[in-house]
Design a protein around this ligand. Structure first.
Ligand SMILES: NC(=O)c1ccc[n+]([C@@H]2O[C@H](COP(=O)([O-])OP(=O)(O)OC[C@H]3O[C@@H](n4cnc5c(N)ncnc54)[C@H](O)[C@@H]3O)[C@@H](O)[C@H]2O)c1
Length: 255
């Protein structure tokens, strides 16, 4: 059940784009952003679930547009940013969240598997940032939050294709933060540990049990817990933070 929780107006008047918003972390983030007063463009390839989210946000009085599209396609990425500019006259916040999370070891992974993940998690994030920044610079700047992962900061078993794509997310964050800081665009990332989403449920039981036990806090995280961290980094409360990769991982990376 989608609910828009009570908010404090922490994104009041901000125009925000959340990619991959139909499920999991993206959906929780869109709901949280709506509660905090953001005007939203939500994107996903899953049109049906995207529409249920749009209805939930609009039903709670939120300003929201949806754009069905694939972030790895140049014209789709351009169109979702254009939708924000058309509807709200600006784009202040991008959450580059869309991604796929395959579990594969090196022996079974093919070059096509590698290219497919890189196309969405890597190229898609690059394109989302590229067009978002183009729009942000026209109105004085903005804030980007990329979805990295513990797999984008440390090595793990069976992450031979996904893990490197998440290192791309960490890399884009740091390089763009330096390139854009003087122009008023902050770029940060969250590095979630294992989060209870559809993406996780597609993983093997063996993987889930092992990775859960590896979190010092003794459980996996919830999408809303990641959304809280994304909200902070996206908001003006994080005005002196750029290039940071914030673990949201129950202590996983502290080990
Ligand atoms: N779940 C976790 O444990 C976890 C941990 C660390 C990082 N992450 C990252 O968080 C992000 C969200 O993951 P999630 O767990 O919420 O997964 P999820 O599968 O629940 O949601 C991902 C969403 O992205 C959409 N999507 C996939 N390909 C797309 C494309 N080409 N264009 C637009 N949308 C597309 C899917 O339809 C889906 O709605 C991903 O970038 C993932 O790498 C997840």
């Amino acid at each position: 059940m989608d609910t828009v929780p009570p908010g404090l107006g922490r994104l009041k008047n901000k125009a925000a784009l959340v990619t991959g918003a139909s499920s999991g972390i993206g959906r929780a983030t869109a709901l949280r952003f709506a509660a905090e007063g953001a005007r939203l463009v939500i994107n996903d390839v899953d049109a049906v679930r995207l529409e249920t989210l749009r209805l939930a946000i609009a039903g709670a009085g939120g300003e929201v547009r949806s754009v069905v599209g694939d972030v790895s396609k140049t014209e789709d990425a351009r169109a979702m940013v254009a939708a924000a500019v058309e509807a709200f006259g600006r784009l202040d916040v991008l959450v580059a969240n869309a991604g796929i999370i395959p579990e594969m070891d090196l022996a079974t992974a093919t070059a096509d598997d590698f290219d497919h993940v890189m196309a969405i998690d890597g190229r898609g994030m690059f394109l989302s940032c590229k067009f978002a920044v183009e729009a942000m610079l026209k109105t004085g700047g903005g804030s980007i939050v990329c979805l990295s992962s513990i797999s984008g900061e440390a090595g793990q078993k069976r992450q031979a294709v996904y893990g490197p794509a998440k290192f791309v997310a960490s890399g884009i964050t740091k390089h763009l933060a330096v390139e854009l800081a003087a122009q008023g665009v902050r770029v940060n990332a969250v590095a979630p540990g294992t989060i209870a989403t559809d993406g996780l449920r597609k993983m093997s039981e063996e993987y889930i049990a092992g990775v859960t036990a590896a979190h010092p806090i003794g459980r996996v995280g919830q999408p809303a817990e990641v959304a809280n961290a994304i909200l902070f980094l996206a908001s003006d409360e994080a005005s002196f933070i750029t290039g940071a990769i914030l673990p949201v991982d129950g202590g996983y990376l502290a080990q």
